[in-house]
Design a protein. Structure first.
Length: 458
C-alpha cells in the first residue's frame, strides 16, 4: 500500500474511532435537556438524578472525543498537506468556528453543569444544560458543513494561485447538502443516545436496581428513540438519498450495485456486486422503487455504472455497497425494536417483559454500527474525489511523507486507542455500576434502601 493508501487508512481509523464518542455526546445533550425540563416541570428528583448521571457519562465521552479529535486536525497538515493548502481558505472557517465557539461554549457550560449546581440553582442549571446542547449541536453543524463542502462544494471560487477561496459564506454555510446531512447525522446521534440510555436502564431493571430511575429513563429513551428512528428513514434518509441521486450518480449506482442504466429501476434488498462481470449476483429486488425513491417517479431513469467513466467510479464498490445495506438494514431493525418497546411501554407491560428488556440491553451497539456504516457510505461514495469534482484524493496527500512513516504512526494510534478504550470502559462501567443516586446536592445521605421500592413492588 502506498502513502495515499496508508493516509486514508489512518484517517479512516482515527475518525471512525473518534466518532464513537461525539455521536453519544450530541444525542445525550438533547436527552439531558429533556430530563432537566421534566425535573423543573414535575419536581420529581429522579429526573434530576438522571440528568446528573448522564452528564457524567457525557463528560467521560466528551474528554475522549476531544483527545481523539485533535490528531485528526494534525493529519490535515502532516498527511494531507496538498488538500489543506488547496481548500484551507474555505474549510478553515468552519473548522475554526467549531473550535472557537461551539467547543468552548460546550466545555465551559459542561463544567458549570457538573460542578456549579448548588450555586446557580435549578433554572440556571437547566440553562447550562441547554447551552451544552447548543454548543455540541453547533459543533456538529460546523463539522458536517465542512464535510458537505467536500461532498458538494458551494460558495467558493478559485484564486489565481489555483487555491479555493470563499466567495459566498452564506452558500457555504447553508449548503443544501449540509442541511439534510446534518438532520440525518443528528437524528442518528439521538438514536445512539436513546439506545444507550435504554440499555443501561434495561440492565438496572433486569438486576432489580434503581428501578424507579430505570423506568423513567426507559420512558424518555424509548419515546426519543422511536421518533428519531422514524425520522432517520423519513424524511432525513429519503431526502439525503435524493441529494446523492442528484449530485453523485456514481455513488448512487455503486450503493445499489447497479451497472445498467434503466427506467423503472429496481431497489436491491440483497445481492453481491460482482465488479469483474458487472452484475449483481443472487439479487432480491423490488421493481420500480429505486426510480421513485431517487427521483420521485416510477419511470425515472437511473444511471448505471456502465454509463459512467471508469475513472469516476468509487474505488471500493463492494465495501460501499455493503456499508449502505448494513446501514439501511439496521435502520429497519432499530425501528422495529423501538416500536415493540414503545407498544409495551404504552400497555404498561415493558417492565415485566424480560426478553424485550434483554433485547434493549444488548442492542446498543447497533446504532454505532449503523452510524459507522453510514459514514463509510458517504466517504466511500465521494471517491475518487477528495473535494467532489475539484480535487481527487490521490492529489491531496503529502507527497514527501513516506508510506512507512504513515504506517508507523497508524500502528501507534491503534495501540494508544486500545489503551484509551480500556480506560473508557473502566470509567463508564464504574459510573453505571454506581447508578444515578447520591450525586446531587439534595440527595446526600440517602441510600438505595430508602430510595427504591422493593423488587416485588416494582
Ligand atoms: C433505513 C434508513 C436509512 C436510509 C434510507 C439512509 C440513507 C442515507 C444516505 C442516502 C446517506 C448518504 C450517503 C452518501 O452521502 O453517499 C446516509 C449517510 C449516513 N447515514 Fe443513513 N440511512 C438510513 C439509516 C441510518 C441509520 C439507522 C443510521 C444510524 C443510526 C444512519 C447514519 C448515517 C450516517 C452517520 C451517515 C453519514 C453522514 C451523512 O452523509 O449523512 N443512517 N444515509
Amino acid at each position: 500500500m502506498g502513502s495515499v493508501g496508508w493516509s486514508r487508512l489512518q484517517f479512516g481509523f482515527t475518525i471512525t474511532y473518534h466518532y464513537l464518542f461525539p455521536q453519544l455526546t450530541m444525542g445525550l445533550a438533547l436527552l439531558i435537556v429533556v430530563f432537566k425540563a421534566l425535573a423543573l416541570r414535575t419536581k420529581k428528583p429522579e429526573y434530576d438524578d438522571l440528568a446528573r448521571f448522564w452528564a457524567r457519562i457525557f463528560g467521560i465521552n466528551f474528554a475522549v472525543g476531544v483527545v481523539t479529535g485533535i490528531p485528526m486536525e494534525f493529519q490535515f497538515g502532516t498527511n494531507w498537506a496538498r488538500f489543506s493548502n488547496f481548500s484551507g481558505g474555505v474549510i478553515g472557517l468552519t473548522l475554526a468556528m467549531e473550535g472557537m465557539f461551539a467547543f468552548f461554549a460546550e466545555s465551559a457550560f459542561l463544567g458549570l453543569f457538573l460542578f456549579g449546581e448548588k450555586r446557580i440553582g435549578p433554572r440556571a442549571h437547566f440553562v447550562s444544560a441547554f447551552m451544552i446542547f447548543v454548543g455540541s449541536w453547533l459543533s456538529g453543524y460546523f463539522i458536517v458543513a465542512t464535510n458537505a463542502f467536500m461532498q458538494h462544494p458551494a460558495g467558493h471560487t478559485l484564486d489565481e494561485s489555483g487555491r479555493l477561496v470563499l466567495s459566498d459564506v452564506f452558500a457555504f454555510l447553508f449548503n443544501p447538502w449540509a442541511l439534510w446531512q446534518y438532520a440525518h447525522t443528528m437524528s442518528a446521534a439521538v438514536i445512539t443516545s436513546a439506545f444507550v440510555v435504554c440499555a443501561v436502564a434495561a440492565y438496572w431493571t433486569l438486576m432489580h436496581r434503581h428501578e424507579r430511575h430505570a423506568r423513567t429513563a426507559l420512558r424518555v429513551g424509548i419515546v426519543a428513540g422511536l421518533i428519531a428512528c422514524v425520522m432517520q428513514i423519513f424524511p432525513t434518509g429519503d431526502q439525503h438519498g435524493k441529494m446523492v441521486a442528484a449530485h453523485q450518480p456514481a455513488a448512487l449506482a455503486a450503493m445499489e450495485g447497479k451497472f445498467e442504466t434503466s427506467t423503472h429501476a429496481e431497489l436491491a434488498i440483497i445481492g453481491q456486486p460482482n465488479i469483474e462481470e458487472r452484475r449483481l449476483e443472487n439479487p432480491i429486488v423490488v421493481p420500480h422503487i429505486l426510480s421513485f425513491l431517487a427521483y420521485g417517479s416510477f419511470g425515472a431513469q437511473v444511471k448505471g455504472l456502465d454509463d459512467i467513466p471508469h475513472d469516476e467510479w468509487p474505488d471500493n464498490i463492494e465495501l460501499l455497497y455493503y456499508a449502505y445495506h448494513v446501514m439501511v438494514g439496521l435502520g429497519t431493525l432499530l425501528v422495529a425494536i423501538m416500536g415493540i418497546a414503545a407498544l409495551l411501554l404504552y400497555k404498561d407491560r415493558l417492565m415485566r417483559t424480560r426478553p424485550v428488556l434483554w433485547v434493549l440491553m444488548l442492542s446498543f451497539p447497533f446504532p454505532y454500527i449503523a452510524t459507522t456504516a453510514g459514514w463509510m457510505t458517504a466517504e466511500l461514495g465521494r471517491q475518487p474525489w477528495l473535494v467532489y469534482g475539484l480535487m481527487r484524493t490521490v492529489h491531496g496527500s503529502s507527497p514527501r511523507v513516506s508510506s512507512g512513516s504513515v504506517a508507523f504512526t497508524t500502528i501507534g494510534y491503534m495501540g494508544l486507542y486500545t489503551l484509551l478504550s480500556v480506560l473508557f470502559v473502566f470509567l463508564v462501567g464504574r459510573a453505571v455500576a454506581r447508578g444515578p443516586e447520591h450525586h446531587g446536592p439534595e440527595h446526600q445521605g440517602e441510600n438505595d434502601a430508602e430510595h427504591e421500592p422493593k423488587p416485588q413492588e416494582a
